[in-house]
Ligand binder design. Structure first.
Ligand code: SAH
Ligand code: SF4
Length: 370
């Protein structure tokens, strides 16, 4: 039987340099893949024919297929990808306008891109509010499948190589439950011969697997950390995120305190605001106390309701009161702009609809009723 081909996006430059010699050949391949976004080995003209043949025979360059793109009124785009083994997951591309004023008062506008990547198909954590959780866990994405999301998004949107792109691992899956592949992807994405997205511009969002936060810190990748906190007492947090029973709030706070934070950066605490569940000012007060002594910023996310969800979107006035309380006490706090709300760009919803139509993935009941 013919061995299946390897995914070319799985490899760090140093690894390709061991295979394709002399070493400048691997750099040329990297340039075709990540600067020219070439997805056909036969078009890599400056690579010798026999090497191109080796690449074609042994490596796969198109591992993901775009099967649907939904574009929001605000320009946010949600991509549904299909893997070689027929699984689907999503990535989201968020376009922001950046206005800068120079010393002469001249305003220049530039585009800023944020790519929200998936790290797994499905998720094991099973948060009560999350649509991804409903499909259960299927498998980890490989590092190549994580990297290729970026290449395809850049190619499909004609984003020039030098344009600044930020990465957030906030799509489908729990990135710290797939730490090996995610960390390899972070290294590949940051290579200066390739996509050049420095680890400082990549943020891992986690539901709080405390020992893995410590491990990530020890890896010293230079990556940013975001914690999906969502609740300030363990009873409520365990109802929202069942894993809190194993890694409670204090264990997460201790892990964050041990995490190496860039001098100019802060750890982000994401707080999903749910109407009448965690939107009261007493919670804001407890949050302030909890984050005492941490270089933190808080990002309030308005719960995005989905079919069958038991929770409600909070009143924006209440969320503003929550934010004002924290800001008045000196904590950096923002309310996440609802990008792509009309296309359900929050978490796993597009795939879920596809799943119902096409796939036979086992389902499980998740979270506790509140
Ligand atoms: N598993 C990781 C990263 C993926 S989830 C984590 O939980 O952090 C990314 C973010 O989407 C999390 O902060 C999560 O709380 C948020 N999210 C999930 N469901 C949502 C919903 N229905 N509305 C708004 N945000 C949601
Ligand atoms: Fe998994 Fe994150 Fe969804 Fe929780 S919020 S189920 S950790 S993807």
């Amino acid at each position: 039987m013919r061995e299946s081909k390897k995914n070319i996006y799985d490899y760090m430059l140093e690894e390709l340099q061991q295979i394709f010699k002399p070493t400048f050949r691997a750099k040329q391949i990297y340039n075709w893949l990540y600067v020219k976004y070439e997805n056909d080995f036969s078009k890599m003209q400056n690579i010798p024919k026999d090497m191109r043949e080796k690449l074609e025979n042994e490596y796969e360059i198109k591992n993901l297929e775009i099967i649907r793109i939904q574009t929001s009124k605000d320009g946010t785009k949600k991509y549904l990808f299909k893997t070689k083994d027929g699984l689907s997951f999503e990535s989201v591309l968020i376009k922001m306008r950046d206005k800068k004023q120079d010393e002469n008062g001249k305003i220049t506008e530039s585009e800023k891109w944020t790519f929200c990547l998936s790290s797994q198909v499905g998720c094991k954590v099973g948060c009560a509010f999350c649509y991804t959780a409903k499909g259960g866990f299927v498998r980890n994405l490989s590092s190549g499948e994580i990297v290729e999301q970026v290449v395809q998004l850049k190619k499909d949107n004609n984003i020039l190589p030098e344009k600044r792109v930020n990465i957030v691992y906030m799509g489908m899956g729990e990135p710290l439950d797939n730490l090996q592949n995610v960390s390899q992807a972070i290294k590949i994405l940051s290579d200066l011969e390739g996509l050049s997205i420095s680890a400082r511009r990549q943020t891992i969002s986690t539901s709080g697997i405390a020992p893995k936060i410590i491990k990530l810190g020890e890896m010293n990748l230079g990556v940013q950390l975001a914690i999906s906190l969502h609740a300030v007492d363990d009873t409520l947090r365990s109802q929202l995120i069942p894993m809190n029973k194993a890694y409670n709030i204090q264990s997460i706070i201790n892990a964050v305190k041990a995490f190496p934070v860039d001098a100019r950066k802060r750890v982000m605490f994401e707080y999903l605001v749910i109407k009448d569940i965690n939107d009261d000012l007493m919670s804001a007060k407890k949050l302030l106390k909890l984050l005492d002594g941490i270089k933190a910023k808080v990002n309030l996310i308005l719960f995005n309701p989905h079919e069958g969800s038991q929770f409600k979107r909070p009143d924006i006035e209440q969320v503003k009161k929550f934010a004002d309380f924290l800001i008045n006490k000196g904590l950096l706090c923002t309310i996440r702009e609802s990008k792509g709300i009309d296309i359900s760009a929050a978490c796993g919803q597009l795939r879920e609809k596809e799943l119902l139509e096409n796939e036979n993935v086992p389902r499980r009941t998740i979270g506790k009723e509140l």
